[in-house]
Write a new protein. Structure first.
Length: 144
């Protein structure tokens, strides 16, 4: 079984694109930060969402803290412009949620307004709003 779960920040506002056959999908980059031997290490992931909730995706912006669940594709090695070998890590996303951690102060107001749009999982085809009653603004995003 190939499944990956990452928590990180969106690097740029997600972009809605179309395949050659006309199917829509979202493309976004997510950075995950870790520490190794006292050094900060950033890992970037290119994420593709073929199944999504457009209303939920309107709230995902650059800097949003998210949790991504999906399938890690075969890593691709390429040479960067400056001649360094790099690895491209691509994820086909099965669900995306706002992270309850790492929320910026200016996000806290918008996340309480969007608490009913806190996650989307294409496997069950419904937003969490349909599974749980809408949270009051003071409750923030419901934890799952």
């Amino acid at each position: 079984m190939n499944q990956i779960i990452i928590m990180g920040r969106v690097g740029q506002t997600p972009e809605l694109k179309k395949t050659q056959s006309g199917n829509e999908f979202y493309s976004l980059n997510v950075v995950s930060n870790t520490k190794k031997n006292g050094e900060d290490i950033s890992t970037w992931y290119r994420c593709t969402l073929f199944e999504f909730n457009k209303r939920f995706m309107e709230y995902v912006k650059k800097g949003s803290a998210v949790v991504i669940n999906g399938v890690l594709q075969q890593p691709k090695i390429y040479e960067s412009r400056n001649g360094e070998n790099k690895i491209s890590l691509d994820i086909t996303v099965s669900s995306i949620n706002f992270s309850p951690f790492g929320e910026k102060k200016e996000e806290s107001q918008s996340s309480s307004q969007s608490s009913s749009q806190s996650s989307y999982n294409h496997q069950d085809g419904q937003s969490r709003q349909q599974q749980y009653k809408q949270a009051e603004p003071s409750e923030g995003i419901p934890l799952l």
